[in-house]
Design a protein around this ligand. Structure first.
Ligand SMILES: Nc1ncnc2c1ncn2[C@@H]1O[C@H](COP(=O)(O)OP(=O)(O)OP(=O)(O)O)[C@@H](O)[C@H]1O
Length: 299
């Protein structure tokens, strides 16, 4: 495997103090590599977004460190931090809120080009906007002059992907990029992310509550619950042979991850679910290597 672009090394994040302390991330370690995707999977509140925000440097870790190409980003020089900011781009869950209704799609793509690509100017900017739209399979003649409200949700999310690509990133953090889209267009957006990963050699952090979609995008998976990664490794191995009771619980909600675990359709006893949650929430130090690319925490 190539050297990691981005590493979270035993990163912890707590919010609040005393009895009200929330352990949003507990000793989280993972790395992102060029041309590979890691799916970070878990229910709402498990700590996925906290990890994404730390990777984006919106939150600084309480303990642990973030490494960019082997060097800690905390305390790095301003030019290194600027490089990092350009290099790590985010795609948000809500394709509606992340575009400004007062500006055309062309404007949304010109801005990051002007900000991050001083090498291109004038007519080249327009040509690059066209290229970016073509990359995400939108017709530039039709889409560039439009305003966000004139596009569908799927098209808007493609514009968001194009905007992230404008900065020529090495890593893309996609936080639930399809959860607000119609089911019919979700797979198209996931396939597009997968193509970008391969063709542009991007490292991808794909955050989702839907474990089944991890297969489409990610070579590697990390299952999170209550701020800790409980099982991780090769995506197919983890999904086909889940070892941690919480991973099994997540898989029991497939094919519909929006079904709650206490819904009778999952055929789980509520007491069983409570017991798995309680055991999985306790901090667990011991890790078992089941195979070289499949690890689980003991409960
Ligand atoms: N700024 C904050 N202040 C206090 N608590 C926070 C803050 N951000 C997150 N938390 C808490 O940290 C825990 C993890 O939240 P986080 O948003 O990372 O989970 P998540 O898995 O991404 O969930 P979701 O899918 O709903 O975003 C939750 O208990 C949440 O309430």
């Amino acid at each position: 495997m190539s050297d990691a672009i981005l590493v979270l090394d035993k990163v912890t994040k707590t919010f609040g103090h005393g009895a009200s302390t929330v352990h949003a991330a507990r000793a989280i370690s993972f790395s992102l590599h060029a041309g590979r995707a890691l799916a970070l999977v878990g229910e709402s509140g498990s700590g996925k977004t906290t990890c994404a925000r730390m990777a984006m440097r919106e939150h600084s870790p309480t303990t642990g460190q973030i490494l960019y190409k082997g060097r800690p980003i905390e305390g790095a020089k301003a030019d290194e931090i600027a490089r990092y900011r350009r290099s790590v781009q985010m795609i948000f869950q809500d394709p509606f809120a992340s575009l400004n209704p007062a500006h055309t799609i062309a404007h949304h793509l010109q801005r990051p080009l002007k900000l991050h690509r001083p090498d291109i100017r004038g007519k080249q900017i327009e040509a690059t906007v066209r290229e970016l739209l073509e990359r995400v399979k939108l017709d530039p003649d039709i889409v560039a002059p439009k305003y966000p409200h004139e596009l569908s949700g799927g098209q808007r999310q493609r514009v968001n992907i194009a905007r992230a690509l404008a900065a020529q990133p090495e890593v893309i953090v996609a936080d639930e990029p399809t959860s607000m889209l119609d089911v019919s267009v979700r797979l198209g957006v996931l396939n597009l992310l997968n193509e970008m990963k391969k063709e542009m050699n991007l490292g991808l952090l794909y955050i989702t509550h839907d474990i089944a979609t991890a297969r489409y995008v990610a070579e590697d998976i990390a299952v999170m619950y209550s701020g800790q990664i409980v099982e991780w490794g090769n995506t197919a191995k983890v999904i086909d042979n889940p070892l941690h009771p919480y991973t099994r619980l997540l898989l029991s909600a497939v094919p519909d991850p929006d079904v709650r675990f206490d819904d009778p359709r999952t055929r789980l006893q509520p007491q069983e679910v409570d017991d798995i949650r309680r055991r999985s929430a306790a901090p667990q130090e011991q890790v078992v290597e089941h195979e070289p690319d499949h690890f689980v925490r003991l409960v």
